[in-house]
Ligand binder design. Sequence first.
Ligand code: ADP
Ligand code: GLC
Length: 476
Amino acid sequence: MRILFPASEVEPFSKTGGLADVAGALPVALASRGHEVRVVTPLYRTVPRAGLTQTARAFTLQFPFGEVPVRTWETTVAERVTVVFLDVPSMFDREQLYGDARGDYPDNARRFAVLSMAALTDAQAAGFVPDVLHGHDWQTGLAPLALRRGYARAFPHTRSVLTIHNLAYQGGFPKSALPELGLPWSDFVPGGVEFWDHLSMLKCGIVFADAVTTVSPTYAREITSPQGGMGLDGVLRAKQGGVVGIVNGIDTTEWNPATDVYLPARFSDADLAGRAVCRQRLLEELRLQPPAEGMPLFGVIGRMVEQKGADLLHAALPVFLEHGAAVVVLGAGSAALQQGWKTLAARYPLRVSVRFGYDTGLAHLIEAGSDFFLMPSRFEPCGLNQLYSQRYGAVPVVHAVGGLADTVTDLRGGDGTGITFLGATVDAVQGALARALELYLSPQAYAEVQRRGMRRDFSWARSAAAYEAVYAQGAR
Ligand code: ADP
Ligand code: GLC
C-alpha cells in the first residue's frame, strides 16, 4: 500500500512528545512490511538541515487569508520511507513547534491547515497516489475533509485514517477561522466541525475520516465514555467501525540497554550488572546522595502538564524521602508544576534532583539507572516511558488508565512487570510507592519483575500489522 502520513512532529527531526516517536518509527515498521510511506511535516527552525535535499516541487496554496508559497525538502529515512518537509518560513521558522511562553501561536489554525493541504498537494505534485491518508491528532484534522472535497478528484480511492494520540488537545479555534480557511458555514454544524461554537480541527478529522484509531484499547474505551470523552464521546461512539485501539511500539534500536550509546555501561536481562554502574553515574551526575540502605531511586520523565500527575508526586513523595529514598526528575512545561518540584528539591537537596529542559541522553540514563519509574498520569492515551522503563529494568509504578493499564501488569498476578494503582489520589500513589518499597526489600523478587519487563516484546511489528488491518478495512 501507499500511505501518506502527515504529522506535526517526527523523530529525529522535531519532537515535543510521544507523537514524534510514533511518526518516526511506525512508517519504518510499515515499510519493512512492504508498504511505501510518505511522511509530510513542517520544516521547523529546529529541524537539522543536514541530509535534506530541496526538491523541484514548489507550489502555492490558495487560502482566503492569502497565498502560501511552499517549497519542499526531503530525505529518505529507510527503504520506502520518504520524509517531506514543508518550507514555509513565515509559518514554521520559529523558536518552537506550537507556541511560546505567551501561549499557542495565534495563527496555529492557518499553520496546520497548511500542513494538511500541503501534504495532499505535494503528493499530487509528486505523482504519489495514496491508498491511505493516515493523519495524527488535530494538526492534521482538516486533511480527511480536504480529501473528500477539493482532492476527491485527484484521489478518488484514497481512504483516510485519523489516529488520536491525545483527546485533550482538540485544535479549537474561533469560528472566524472557517471563512479564513475557506470552509463553508454549512460545515459549522454539530455533525460537522462545530464544537461549542468553535471550529474543532480534531472533531473535523473524527467526523470526516473513514476510520478512527487511538493508541491503546483501554483509552479507546475511555474516550467513548461520557467520563473520558471530553465532550467528543458521542461523535466517537457514532463512528462506524468504532474507535480502534492499537498500542504503540517502541524503537527497539534506540531503546536497547545492550547497545545504548548514552550509557556508561550496558546490560541485558541476562546480566543486569551494568545497571548498577548507570545508577551510580546518575547519582554522581546529579549530585545526589545515594539512597539509604534498602531504599530506591525513583525516576520521572515527561512533559510537565496536569495530565502527568506531578502534583500527586509532590504531595506523595516527602514521607519516602524522609526515609531515605531519592528521586530524579526530567521534564519541561508548566511553571506551577516546575515550582512544585523546585520546592521539593530545595527541601531535600541531596535526595531530589530536578532538570527542566529536554535531554535525550539523560532520559536514557534515568531509565537505565533508576530503580522504579513513576507515572501517575491522570489519563494516558498510551505512554512510552513505561515501555522504555520495562525494557531498561526500571520497574514502572503507574496509574492503571489508558495505555498504562494495557502495558504494565501488576505484580499481584505473579507474572507482573510493575505496580499499578487505581485512582489519581495522593493516598493511592503512596500506597503504590509503599508496595514498591516492599518489593525492593526483596532483591530476588525485584530482579524477577525487572527481568519479566525486560523480556516483553514492545516492538512495532505487531502494531504495524494492526494498522495494516485498519488500512485494509473497506479499502475503496
Ligand atoms: P507524551 O507524548 O504525552 O508526552 P509519551 O510517554 O508518549 O508522553 O512520550 C514522551 C516522549 O518524550 C518519550 O519519548 C520521552 O522519553 C520523551 N520526553 C519527554 N520529556 C522529555 C525530556 N524533558 N527530555 C527528554 N525526553 C523527554
Ligand atoms: C500522546 C499521549 C501519549 C502517547 C503519545 C504517542 O502525546 O499523551 O500517551 O504515548 O501521544 O501516541
